[in-house]
Write a protein that binds this ligand. Structure first.
Ligand SMILES: NC(=O)C1=CN([C@@H]2O[C@H](COP(=O)(O)OP(=O)(O)OC[C@H]3O[C@@H](n4cnc5c(N)ncnc54)[C@H](O)[C@@H]3O)[C@@H](O)[C@H]2O)[C@@H](O)CC1
Ligand SMILES: [K+]
Length: 535
């Protein structure tokens, strides 16, 4: 079964918390106690033997959670050192600060304060949560650099950091974190654990979020009824953002079961023949264009398209004669030949781009797009698209674009620039925002690839898949296989957003199952096992 969870923006989260408090059924103080209890509980699960902890408390309610964690760990026998800011926080955090002050002292939240005490077994980062409004600066930025990077003394505190709600300095809407140590390669010792509240936020899943969060746990703090009321009260169907990540640790109440996988198996009682599983057409390139289209075609077959036809021009046909024998082959020299082939309405999905050649892709797209067929556009087709506004205008809701970052920047340079810009205030413009804006602009599903893949539909729905755990998937030809899997799913009748999401997940699962040493050819061979596991 494919499961995931809804992802909430920080604004949605705040609205739900406010609705809960306004109902009079729960106070902010109680929510803070629950949040702190969840964090302290997970610390005690990870470190059953009480040790020494330093709790870093910021100026707002995230800091308030930190004072609760300090109190509860003290009660459990931990030696607790608290560093806090001097400001007067809001009433709930002030109350929690006072309750801690009756137990122990509060040192200054400064670099010197942090360095001054003994080495701790665990550092609790309760400096900033959803209330971050701009990148941290000065003393606090130095502290964050120290706990999330290599400190001035060369010590790593990172592997023992437990982040409350999020690593401080991370924009929870975008996954950007300009104050934290730059460059992914330097995060060789990320925070050990992040305990987020109610639901993941986009920043936990995209950008630097997964690297900084380490293990992510989403704790239920009892907000579900207000969440549903709040979403329903908007009077229209909310535009949902979902995470599809089978390893995700989420409360049962937050688990969404996608029914998509039911349809992957062949129904035992229906009288079906191969055409009821669709016919996918993979448009291949001329001589010496390599095996990209073959990888796509093989994947489309493996995912269960009833028929797959690989279609190069006549002079390249002999190059496409290698197995699998189940593939059909047909020469299609140009747009006219394609027009003729598409008279067969049983061809219900097409893959164009891998190994196709840019000019050929442009000529074939000009015929293919007006037919409204389910179409996956990858590689050379994306380049062709970026060079021809007429083709861009011909995109439709059954198209799926699968760009990596570079291809996306050629297609939507203004959006890519906004993603790259250094943010000066939150929420920062994110890869998710860019994918959504691109999908709305071009009227097609946009699957923006990366270790954090974002899939956005023109109506605003979006899904996130994090694959930071499988770096070996970044290998030549993996994208061609993904395009083939998605084409096969389109042929099988999945809606474009579902085909793209399910395809992304199956592709990643195949890589997980295979492990390091993977080459793109291996991915399709793992698909049967992935399908068995998903059933
Ligand atoms: N609202 C609620 O009901 C609950 C909130 N909870 C916690 O509260 C957090 C949100 O609390 P807040 O909204 O108070 O926000 P934060 O505690 O994240 O931080 C807000 C404070 O930091 C300041 N600030 C923001 N950016 C800064 C920067 N770059 N440099 C210096 N100061 C900066 C703000 O002016 C404000 O004083 C959540 O992440 C969660 O941890 C939990 O206690 C559960 C319940
Ligand atoms: K935090």
């Amino acid at each position: 079964m494919l499961t995931g969870t809804e992802v909430l923006t920080t604004a949605q989260m705040r609205a739900i918390e406010s609705a809960a408090m306004a109902s009079g059924q729960v106070t902010g103080l109680e929510l803070m106690e629950r949040a702190g209890r969840a964090v302290a509980g997970h610390i005690r699960l990870r470190w059953p033997k009480a040790g020494c902890v330093t709790v870093l408390c910021g100026p707002g309610n995230n800091g308030g959670d930190g004072y609760v964690v300090a109190r509860l760990l003290h009660r459990a026998g931990w030696r607790v050192r608290v560093l806090g800011t001097e400001n007067m926080p809001g009433p709930d955090a002030a109350e929690m600060k006072q309750r801690w002050a009756e137990i122990g002292g509060i040192g200054p939240l400064t670099e010197r304060g942090l360095q001054g005490g003994p080495e701790s077994d665990v550092y609790v980062d309760a400096i900033f949560g959803t209330g971050l409004t701009r990148p941290p600066e000065g003393e606090i930025a130095s502290i964050l650099a120290r706990i999330f990077g290599r400190g001035g003394d060369g010590a790593y505190h990172c592997s023992r950091v437990v982040a409350v709600d999020c690593p401080s300095g991370l924009c929870m809407d975008s996954g950007k974190a300009p104050a934290l140590p730059p460059g992914r390669g330097t995060f060789d010792s990320p925070a050990r654990l992040t305990v987020a509240f109610d639901s993941p936020k986009p920043g936990h899943l995209i950008g630097l979020g997964p690297m900084l969060c380490g293990e992510l746990i989403v704790a239920d703090i009892g907000l579900i009824q207000w969440r549903e009321r709040n979403l329903a009260s908007r009077g229209r169907r909310p535009v949902r953002l979902e995470a599809i990540w089978p390893r995700f640790d989420i409360p049962d109440a937050r688990r969404i079961e996608f029914s998509l996988t039911d349809r992957l198996g062949k129904h035992p009682f229906a009288s079906q023949h191969k055409y009821s599983h669709g016919h996918a057409l993979v448009l291949a390139g001329g001589p010496a264009k390599g095996g990209a289209a073959r990888l796509s075609a093989r994947a489309a077959l493996r995912i269960g398209a009833g028929l797959v036809t690989l279609a190069p021009p006549q002079d390249a046909l002999p190059e496409y004669s290698s197995p699998p024998d189940a593939l059909m082959r047909r020469a299609l020299d140009d747009g006219d030949a394609l027009r003729g082939a598409l008279d067969d309405t049983r061809i219900n999905a097409a893959c164009i781009g891998p190994g196709c050649g840019i000019d050929r892709a442009a000529a074939l797209l000009a015929v293919l797009l007006p037919t409204g067929r389910g179409t996956v556009l990858d590689a050379d087709a994306l380049t062709a698209l970026s060079q021809d506004p007429g083709l861009m205008a011909a995109l439709h809701g059954r198209c799926i674009l699968t760009p990596h970052g570079g291809e996306f920047a050629r297609l939507f340079p203004d959006l890519a620039e906004k993603v790259e810009a250094t943010p000066s205030q939150w929420p920062a413009y994110s890869k998710l925002d860019a994918a959504r804006e691109a999908a709305a602009r071009c009227g097609a599903v946009v699957l923006l690839k990366g270790p954090d893949t974002v899939i956005a539909a023109p109506d605003g729905r979006a899904r996130i898949h994090s694959a930071f755990d499988i770096p070996w998937l970044a290998t030549a030809g993996a994208g061609d296989v993904l395009a083939g899997i998605i084409t096969g799913l389109l042929a099988r009748g999945f809606q474009p957003l579902d085909a793209a999401s399910l395809g992304t997940l199956i592709h990643a699962q195949a890589a997980r199952l295979f492990g390091p040493g993977l080459i793109a050819d291996d991915l399709s061979e793992m698909i049967p096992q992935v399908l068995r596991d998903l059933a």
